[in-house]
Design a protein around this ligand. Structure first.
Ligand code: SF4
Ligand code: SF4
Length: 400
């Protein structure tokens, strides 16, 4: 924990109203200011107690405080450093270790996730029973989405019409196995907008979940493998359609200590910069767009997805109240801290429901699963889609 970064905090408290854990519990030590105070205590010699680790673990890493802070405190870097220290110095209780062991030996490995695909329907039906056995296990099963048929993407999807760019595309882990239709739509949209899309085979996890959980060694190993994969593919831009993955990949130079040799862009950021050429067909839908924290707060990408959606004739975009507050997904947070995540999910479901929109659009698979599950709990099943799927439907003149 860098004392210089800690000392940037002037304790003004402007960040408090945007912090989801402070909003939930009203506890100073579960606010950004309180956590920075704990970091400072630890740097000055206070050992990592279970209480202290608990306050750090309760942070979603949503970075709403980074957006709110007028003093430019780099809480994102602070909490990442802190999580590494927690992992090194704090001995977790056996049950917690077991749950984390399952989560981190499963989610960063697409092949292992693939084995879960046939069990998803059954898992959803057993969610309430499994919640009684273990809340994390219950949360894992309740979140299970309805998976679509896997579409095998070729190594290169050629540009339609005149080629305007060549880009690499990250498949992701959860995105690839649980939302294959999103990757297929992403490749089609890029192609229809004049891009050659290079999809290197053998892609693994980008390391995002490990970075966000303080698993430094695992994060570096996965990140350097991803860098090698895209360097070998020879692309200078990698387009990412999952907010959590994109935000971590943009920090590769800090994590690995060297320049990865390509720039990373969120799909909406890339498309907005490229500018539209493909014809947009009308899509008569009311849409609530959800700002994923790792897109809005961590990457500052808010205007571009709205610009793309507003560019579709007939589509009516509705804003979700309190959109800066996290939905509770936050990487693996909803598996590791299911109760808090559930409360935040319920708040978000209520806010989404108040828009009266018929379709929820989000650019992060974790948020999509979290909000869809919360809407189901509230008895307000809503159709969900990724920005790529909405654009794809409009470009193809298809139904959504
Ligand atoms: S990252 Fe989010 S949950 Fe953590 S302190 Fe900042 S606002 Fe609160
Ligand atoms: S993190 Fe920023 S907004 Fe929050 S108390 Fe410190 S200086 Fe103020």
């Amino acid at each position: 924990m860098d004392p210089k970064l800690i000392n940037d905090c002037v304790h003004c408290g402007f960040c408090l109203p945007t912090c989801p854990t402070y909003v939930l519990w009203g506890e100073e030590m579960d606010s950004p200011r309180g956590r920075i105070h704990l970091m400072s205590q630890h740097v000055e010699g206070t050992p990592m107690t279970p209480e202290m680790a608990g306050h750090f673990d309760a942070c979603l890493g949503c970075m709403a405080c980074v957006t709110a802070c007028p003093s430019g405190v780099q809480y994102d870097r602070l909490i990442e450093q802190t999580r590494v220290v927690v992992e090194q110095e704090y001995e977790r209780p056996p049950q917690e270790r077991a749950v984390r062991g399952i989560v981190f030996s499963l989610f960063p490995y697409p092949r292992r996730l693939r084995m879960l695909r046939p069990t998803m329907g059954l898992a959803r039906r057993m969610a309430s029973f499994l919640t009684r056995v273990n809340p994390s296990l219950g949360a894992m099963t309740a979140l299970a989405p309805r998976v679509e048929r896997r579409e095998r993407l070729p190594r290169v999807v050629k540009a339609r019409g005149e080629r305007r760019a060549v880009v690499g595309m990250l498949l992701g882990c959860v995105q690839r196995e649980f939302f294959p239709q999103v990757n297929a739509a992403t490749a089609r949209v890029l192609s229809m907008e004049g891009c050659d899309v290079v999809i290197p085979p053998g892609q693994g996890c980008c390391g995002a979940l490990s970075v966000h959980s303080g698993l430094d060694k695992q994060a570096r190993r996965l990140a350097s493998r991803t860098v090698r994969t895209f360097r070998k593919a020879g692309v200078d831009t990698v387009v990412v359609n999952a907010a959590g993955c994109g935000s971590s990949m943009k920090e590769y130079a800090d994590l690995l200590g060297y320049d990865p040799g390509f720039r990373v862009m969120d799909l909406s950021e890339f498309l907005a910069e490229l500018g539209p050429v493909a014809v947009r067909h009308p899509l008569r839908r009311t849409v609530a767009y959800h700002d994923a924290c790792h897109l809005a707060h961590a990457q500052g990408v808010r205007a571009q997805p709205r610009e793309l959606l507003n560019g579709i004739p007939g589509l009516e975009l509705r804003e979700i109240p309190d959109s800066a507050i996290c939905c509770g997904s936050a990487g693996t947070y909803n598996l590791l801290r299911p109760e808090a995540a559930r409360d935040l999910g319920d708040r978000k479901a209520k806010a989404v429901g108040s828009t009266g929109a018929e379709l929820l659009v989000s650019a992060n698979p974790g948020c999509t699963m979290q909000i869809a599950a919360a809407m189901r709990r509230a008895g307000a099943d809503i159709k969900v889609a990724h920005t790529a799927e909405v654009l794809d439907a409009s470009l193809r003149g298809a139904e959504l």
